[in-house]
Design a protein around this ligand. Structure first.
Ligand code: ATP
Length: 235
């Protein structure tokens, strides 16, 4: 589904990503792991058209997206839940969800997709008319994920969903992500610093260090890898 090959990208003269290559298939949860500043968000921006790659390709179902606009990429079904959620705090929960329906097809399917989103996150239905800024951090993250679902993603990118949240809420959100992958065939790219949580949910993963892929493997291989254990898990 998503194939990133030899991707280089950065900001102006500063290169951040060096020859990244990885794949995400339909129905899979793939974790991109790495510490602060490793380049994870830059990689998300390069996939979603917000940072122009200087080399390499990003192909989605066989089409090269490296030079396409963010809007075009969104229309193709690559929807992200950005780091920090970026919900509209003054607007109600329902209005935020409406913002997730950006294309003709997502607008047409809005009512049905809203029901599905409410079924996955019943709290949001209870709070539909409330200003989004009054939600708890966990509920705001749920809202950000629900808004992405309204956009009918084929590939859902979650950028640091665990940031600032209690562990049980992170589990709830990751459960929804893996259920979407397993039951609905959506591919999920999970970008995380919390390696334990990410590997508990993912099928496979890649570890990024200094803008390069340092390690890759199944979730089991990575969680038992000596370097991962020492450098990231403190065991
Ligand atoms: P974090 O988890 O802290 O967000 P990350 O792995 O997502 O880290 P990036 O945000 O991709 O890392 O940052 C990688 C490097 O790129 C960092 O050195 C950062 O300072 C730099 N960087 C990020 N955004 C910009 C920008 N807009 N202009 C210049 N440099 C940037």
């Amino acid at each position: 589904m998503l194939k990133v090959d030899g991707l280089r990208a950065g900001y102006g003269a500063i290169n951040i990503l060096w020859d990244l290559s990885f794949e995400v298939h339909e129905g899979e949860v793939v974790a991109i792991l790495g510490s602060n500043g490793a380049g994870k968000t830059t990689m998300v921006r390069a996939i979603t058209g917000m940072v122009r790659p200087s080399a390499g390709s990003v192909s989605f179902n066989g089409e090269d997206l490296a030079k396409k606009s963010s809007r075009y990429i969104l229309d193709k079904g690559i929807v992200q839940v950005p780091e920090g959620r970026q919900i509209f705090t003054e607007m109600t929960v329902l209005e935020n969800l409406e913002m997730g329906a950006f294309s003709k097809s997502t607008k047409a399917a809005f009512t049905k997709n809203l029901e599905t989103a409410y079924r996955r996150f019943p709290k949001l239905k209870e709070r539909a008319k409330q200003a989004a800024g009054t939600l708890s951090g966990g509920e705001q993250q749920m809202l950000a994920v629900a808004r992405a679902l309204i956009g009918m993603p084929k590939l859902l990118i979650l950028d640091e969903p665990s940031l600032g949240l209690a562990p049980n809420i992170v589990d709830d959100i990751l459960d929804v992500a893996s259920s979407m992958a397993r039951n609905d065939g959506i591919a999920v790219l999970l970008v995380e610093q919390d390696i334990t949580k990410a590997l508990a949910c993912a099928d496979r993963g890649y570890v990024i260090e200094n803008g390069r892929i340092a390690l890759q493997g199944s979730a089991h291989e990575l969680s038992t890898n000596e370097h991962v254990k020492k450098a990231y898990l403190g065991i």
